[in-house]
Design a protein. Structure first.
Lengths: 579, 355
């Protein structure tokens, strides 16, 4: 039965079909056409028959694979710790882990250049200490790309694994202890197998997102780390071969969708929107098959091994007396991981006050010249104002579309609910470059390229999933009986939402606004294509500058951006607390 | 010394919050001892300290005369049945029950034999290949019990194991637990907030309140000889009559509960002459009487009559407004209506004066 609130999701669905599905479909259709518009599979033949392209495909898979491995290996202990500490400690730590997420993607990437470049902090310090004779090539290499991608995707890995681990009953490991399992055995036989589906899911997610990276390899990699998205960019911007770009986009999309197919089989695609599926037998069964008998045996062996080790240490050191409270290795590791996430951003701040012409470490002297350069230039000023305008408009548009949809999705009985959720989260997880090029292609026909409204439409498609997810999370703790009470007291549905639901959920609304604002303010991929010439956004301006030369102006802009976004979040938090 | 378990001044604080004051308690071999109390009384904390899952802030825990205060839980040989059952969701019933045996490196043939035996004992044979969520709540409870008894720990701890079951199932499981305790002869420490369950199962009850022991004794002692108003009120129902002690003689006291009415009661703790006391009398001891002959009699007016199946509850109010409840077996012959003046009587032996 269709209730009237089911229709609240309609505007968002229509918007996404027009601004997301249609452009992508238009683009992909090009892949099977030649320049004359006739059907052909030549582009695919060319792609798969040219060794250079295949090599890029292999590199893409390699980068995604190693990123995934690093993220999971570094993220698992952190997630494990987070799942086991008190809720207060957990939220404090999560705040730090989310830090990079709030700071601009470009800012973070520049920060790595400052830290790891030939004249960067690490090389300088090591040379000064006499540990190395000449600077190491830390960036413009595979290692540089790995650092950048891992840094970008680690927060997401930790949080998705944490989500899965929080569903595990802590009494299970305690029970294993009372049944005679040593802590190591309890971990490998009970905790680890139970967390395995969550690990698999976040690994697939990281892999899928990693496939579409191109900004990081351009800024931190060398020619040898060219990824498929860079080829697509090249075909569109330099060669203007749309059909071949479309064919490569389809290859990239197919790889991504294959990952999400597996993801859906393991945890269900709606888990991306923070939904926990009840553990139906079929899915558990699949996971068990995937994990397999062999690996169960493997986990048990790990358990056995760790038990033997602990028996041995007990014998060597005597039984450990309780009461000694050192920070465990787990804590040390997590602190290191969080430092890795947080520290780079702050390295740009001292650099921005340098007197020198170049980004270097330690910064030379103190001056405000780079800030004068930023504030004095009309190009930078216009870009900043445009970004602000676009971001505010995007945030309001996203709330207008996203909140009704989230309300409708939170009520039971919405038809095709998981399909709608999948549609809403897909802009988040599909390679952004495909969406951006699709929009570029469609906009070019109708004259929206280079307009702010074109940017707002594109950004809204990327920001609205955050709004829906945030609002749905807030709705989980919302007592729907409040709505029923309001209706029974004579309020219409609209009045109820306006006077009861939204005021109660104001923290969620505020968070959703900030999310949407920051996403748009920081967005580069769409801006790369849509914001041309006069209509440049701040990230686009930073990007163009960086391609010419990474100079201290960028550090100054980044510092301003850091301060501005921090202030936005603090202000939001203040508004939220005040009432 | 034959104490199976001995707590010696055991306490637990979480920062400034004291969850458990200094508690000392001895549990005998083969005993069924219940820790009873309202939530927050420290009973679960005490249990978790014995299991080795919570470390005490003070005091010592002795098991079989050995100081086990800091022994890790996997070396204590203490079985725990968790409130949430804590069955491993990724393992079959067979593997769940086999888990403690595998930890003890018992041969596969022996494992198979013992799992089959224990499933027989909890009356659930044939569920080996299922996974926990395919079983009902009552069945999961039996499996949790089976997993605990399969390796024959000398001590079994149960933390509100029947809390999630409905009333009928709970009573049935109480009988099962009682039977298993009798047949296997292990020492059981049982936590519950349900006084009826505690009375039904226990050899002795340790009543806890605000992190310390309120009263410790057999169910009958706690029921008939409460040492405090809290004890008397927590176990079963009580009529509480406030008054002042007028005369004390040979274990009995006369208490003035109104300007004209006096009742006689056994002297409880602190019931000295002139003391303000609360007289406690069980509703089933209070009966409607005609004429005199009882030790204690009061006039009252019936406020409400509730026929609760086998028993009838008469709610009455005395002249000064004090409420008094009388419970008797339901009978089809004698009907009492609201507003009727009645006399209620009971004997001095059923009354305890507590300060």
């Amino acid at each position: 039965m269709l209730t009237s609130s089911s229709w609240w999701v309609a505007p968002l669905v229509v918007f996404l079909v027009v601004a997301f599905v249609y452009p992508v479909a238009q683009l992909l259709a090009l892949s099977v056409l030649n320049k004359q518009g006739e059907f052909t599979l030549d582009h695919f033949t060319r792609f798969f028959a040219t060794p250079v392209y295949l090599q890029v495909l292999v590199i893409t898979l390699k980068v995604a694979f190693w990123t995934t491995l690093l993220c999971v290996l570094a993220g698992y202990p952190v997630a494990y710790l987070l799942a086991r500490v008190s809720p207060g400690t957990r939220s404090a730590l999560v705040l730090w882990i989310l830090m990079p997420f709030w700071t601009s993607f470009l800012v973070r990437t520049f920060a790595w250049v400052v830290l790891l470049g030939r004249n960067g902090a690490i090389n300088r310090e090591l040379t000064a200490l006499g540990i190395i004779d000449e600077p190491m090539e830390l960036i413009y290499s595979f290692a540089g790309v790995m650092i950048g991608t891992t840094h970008a995707l680690l927060p997401m890995t930790v949080l998705t694994m944490l989500g899965a681990m929080q569903t595990i009953d802590h009494n299970l490991t305690k029970a294993a202890g009372t049944l005679g399992a040593r802590p190591g055995q309890a971990f490998w036989r009970v905790w680890f197998p139970l967390s395995a589906p969550g690990v698999a899911a976040s690994a697939l997610l990281v892999f899928a997102v990693g496939l579409g990276f191109f900004i990081t390899p351009i800024l931190l990699g060398s020619r040898k780390e060219t990824m498929i998205a860079q080829l697509i960019l090249f075909q569109v911007e330099e060669v203007l071969n749309w059909n071949f770009a479309a064919a490569m986009s389809l290859v990239l999309l197919a790889l991504t969708l294959a990952m999400f197919y597996l993801y859906d089989r393991i945890v269900g695609i709606s888990a991306l929107a923070g939904e926990r599926r009840d553990e139906s037998g079929a899915r558990q069964g699949l996971v068990n098959r995937v994990i397999g008998r062999g690996s169960t045996w493997l986990f048990n062996s790990f358990g056995e091994l760790s038990a033997q080790c602990s028996i041995l240490t007990d014998k060597l050191l005597g039984r450990r007396r309780a009461g000694r409270r050192w920070l465990s290795p787990l804590w040390w590791f997590s602190i290191a991981a969080i430092t890795f996430l947080v520290v780079p951003t702050f390295f740009l701040v001292p650099v921005s006050f340098s007197e020198g012409e170049f980004i270097e470490w330690p910064p030379r002297g103190f001056s405000l010249r780079w800030y004068e350069e930023y504030f004095g230039s009309s190009v930078w000023r216009d870009a900043t104002l445009r970004s602000l305008w676009v971001a505010v408009t995007t945030a309001f548009a996203s709330l207008a579309l996203g909140i009704p949809a989230a309300l409708a999705l939170s009520r039971p009985g919405l038809p095709a609910r998981s399909a709608i959720l999948a549609l809403i989260v897909s802009p988040l997880v599909l390679p952004h470059i495909i969406v951006a090029i699709g929009l570029f292609y469609v906009y070019a026909k109708i004259g929206l390229v280079g307009t702010s409204i074109g940017l707002v439409i594109g950004h809204t498609a990327f920001a609205v999933p955050y709004v829906v997810i945030t609002m749905m999370a807030a709705m989980k703790h919302y007592d729907q009986r409040l709505d029923h009470a309001a209706w029974s007291l004579g309020a219409t549905r609209l009045q109820t939402v306006w006077k009861v639901t939204l005021p109660v959920l104001r923290a969620g609304v505020l968070a959703a606004f900030v999310f949407a604002f920051v996403r748009s303010f920081d967005e580069l991929t769409v801006a790369l294509f849509i914001s041309t010439g006069e209509a440049t956004t701040l990230p686009k301006q930073m990007w163009s500058d960086a391609l010419l030369k990474i100079n201290p102006t960028l550090a100054a802009v980044s510092t301003c951006l850091l301060v501005f976004i921090t202030l936005t979040i603090v202000a939001a938090e203040y508004l939220n607390r005040r009432r | 010394m034959n104490a199976k378990v001995k707590f010696e001044g055991v306490g637990k604080s979480y920062g400034p919050v004291v969850a458990l004051q200094e508690v000392s308690l001895e549990v005998s071999q083969g005993e069924f001892l219940t820790l009873l109390g309202p939530s927050g009384s420290g009973k679960t904390t005490l249990l978790m300290i014995l299991a080795g899952l919570v470390e005490p802030s003070r005091g010592r825990v002795w098991i079989d005369g050995i100081d086990s205060t800091y022994t890790p839980s996997h070396q204590r040989g203490v079985g725990v049945v968790f409130q949430s059952y804590a069955l491993f969701p990724h393992l079959t019933i067979y593997e769940n029950i086999a888990f403690p045996l595998r930890m003890r490196r018992i041969s596969e043939a022996e494992v198979r034999k013992r799992v089959a035996e224990v499933l027989e004992a909890v009356r659930l044979p044939g569920v080996e290949d299922r996974v926990p969520r395919e079983l009902s709540g009552g069945q999961q409870q039996r499996i949790a019990l089976a997993r605990c008894i399969v390796y024959q720990p000398a001590i079994i701890l149960m933390d509100e194991p029947l809390g999630a079951l409905d009333k009928r199932l709970r009573e049935q499981m109480q009988l099962e637990i009682k039977r298993l305790h009798r047949e296997l002869g292990m020492t059981v420490l049982y936590v519950t907030h349900d006084q009826e369950e505690a009375m039904a199962l226990s050899d002795r009850i340790c009543l806890m309140n605000n992190g310390s022991i309120e009263q410790f004794g057999t169910p009958a002692e706690l029921y008939f000889q409460p040492i405090s108003v809290f004890s008397g009120d927590f176990l079963g129902e009580s009529n509480l009559l406030q008054g002042q002690v007028r005369e004390v003689s040979a274990g009995t006291v006369q208490v003035e509960i109104g300007p004209t009415s006096r009742i006689r009661a056994q002297a409880g703790a602190g019931a000295a002459a002139g003391a303000k006391v609360t007289c406690l009398v069980r509703p089933e001891a209070v009966q409607v009487v005609d004429g005199s002959g009882c030790d204690n009699e009061v006039e009252a007016v019936v406020q409400d009559v509730v026929v609760a199946g086998g028993v009838t509850r008469i709610y009455a109010r005395m002249g000064d407004g004090t409420r008094i409840l009388s419970v008797r077996l339901t009978s089809r012959h004698s009907q009492i209506n609201r507003g009727t003046p009645i006399r209620l009587g009971w004997s001095a032996g059923d009354t305890i004066a507590l300060s």
